[in-house]
Design a protein around this ligand. Structure first.
Ligand SMILES: Cc1cc2nc3c(=O)[nH]c(=O)nc-3n(C[C@H](O)[C@H](O)[C@H](O)COP(=O)(O)OP(=O)(O)OC[C@H]3O[C@@H](n4cnc5c(N)ncnc54)[C@H](O)[C@@H]3O)c2cc1C
Length: 302
């Protein structure tokens, strides 16, 4: 069936594809086995057609943006991985509304809207994913998140139906959106921002960036916060207090800078990271009776 999919995808001229493609380079953790097939549809219409084809053929698929919140298993992904990538990396301004393609870097969007003198995305300056991934995760920082500025999104559902979802459809919550419950690909998101002072926006952006550089291992291969914060507390505080900073399994290490980050010191496998995550969860449960829940998404064949 996969071969039939590739044949049809090529005949329809939907974009690039790669067979048995290692996913590690597509993730910020630089970890993960191969996808049976990785496709990079050339544009919006091609993504829609790809999803329709996959639906007709009943093949499993997954979207990947920047891979900055994902742990791909060592065996990799069966089926088809749709890399939104650079095909949808545009931005269009309409007064205080900004329409952004799902493949655009969220950091770039933050910079561009700052240059436009639009306020609201200053918090996004250090979140290294795509617009699509940010909507999926309701990415947030510094007391804000996507839900605060979200207007609507154009989404292709797994059935191939094209819909426009507004905030009330999105079920936004802490690192959650309706896209965790139904399957679909964000093609474009529209954000409602506020006119502001360009210099103030840029200064806030720079301050946020500076704070991150001080507190997060941004040069290392990592995927941001590994665990969600438990109600009323911080995972990093618990992990640090438990003395786990610097604790290592194989090539995976609890960051010495930020206790809720796990860094790949060079040769870490997904299995190293998973074992380390389990050890952290067990330690925190034994000591504090708190169940840490992963924020990173563990995907692929186990
Ligand atoms: C150094 C560092 C710092 C970070 N700091 C923060 C932070 O402060 N706040 C925060 O919230 N996160 C943070 N993260 C995590 C991560 O950057 C965000 O969750 C980001 O929004 C994920 O986007 P992505 O494109 O990388 O998504 P991916 O990791 O590629 O995918 C995540 C999920 O989104 C889905 N997805 C991706 N694109 C689409 C699409 N177009 N349509 C539908 N679904 C899609 C994927 O299928 C997957 O289920 C950080 C990560 C790093 C490495």
């Amino acid at each position: 069936m996969l071969q039939q999919f590739i044949t049809r995808y090529s005949e329809l001229n939907l974009g690039k594809y790669k067979v048995n493609e290692p996913l590690a380079p597509y993730t910020t953790w630089k970890i993960g086995g191969p996808a049976d097939v990785l496709v990079e549809p050339a544009g919006k219409e091609q993504i829609v057609q790809t999803v329709r084809l996959l639906h007709d053929m009943q093949l499993p698929w997954m979207a990947i943006g920047r891979g900055s919140n994902m742990l791909v298993s060592d065996k990799g992904m069966r089926g088809v991985v749709i890399h939104t990538g650079h095909a949808l990396d545009y931005v269009r301004q309409e007064d205080n509304l900004v329409h952004a393609g799902a493949g655009l870097s969220f950091i770039k969007l933050s910079v561009l809207t700052g240059n436009m003198g639009l306020s609201g995305l200053e918090y996004a300056g250090g979140i290294p994913g795509t617009v699509g991934g940010a909507v999926y995760m309701n990415a947030g920082a510094h007391g804000s998140d996507v839900s605060r500025i979200f207007e609507s999104a154009e989404i292709v559902l797994e059935t191939g139906e094209l819909v426009r979802y507004r905030t009330e459809d999105m079920k936004f919550a802490y690192r959650h959106s309706v896209l965790h419950e139904i399957r679909g690909i964000v093609l474009e998101a529209t954000f409602r921002l506020e006119h502001g002072d360009r210099h103030e926006i840029k200064a806030l952006n720079a301050a946020n960036k500076e704070r991150r550089l001080r507190t997060q291992p941004l040069q290392a291969a990592c995927a941001g916060s590994v665990f969600r914060n438990p109600p009323g507390d911080f995972s990093a505080r618990l992990v640090e207090e438990a003395g786990l900073k610097g604790f290592r399994i194989g090539g995976a290490e609890v960051s010495t800078l930020h206790a809720n980050f796990i860094v790949n010191t060079g040769q870490a496998t997904a299995s190293d990271v998973l074992t380390l995550m389990e050890r952290i969860q067990q330690t925190i449960k034994d000591r504090y009776g708190v169940e840490l829940v992963p924020e990173v998404l563990v995907v692929g064949e186990r």
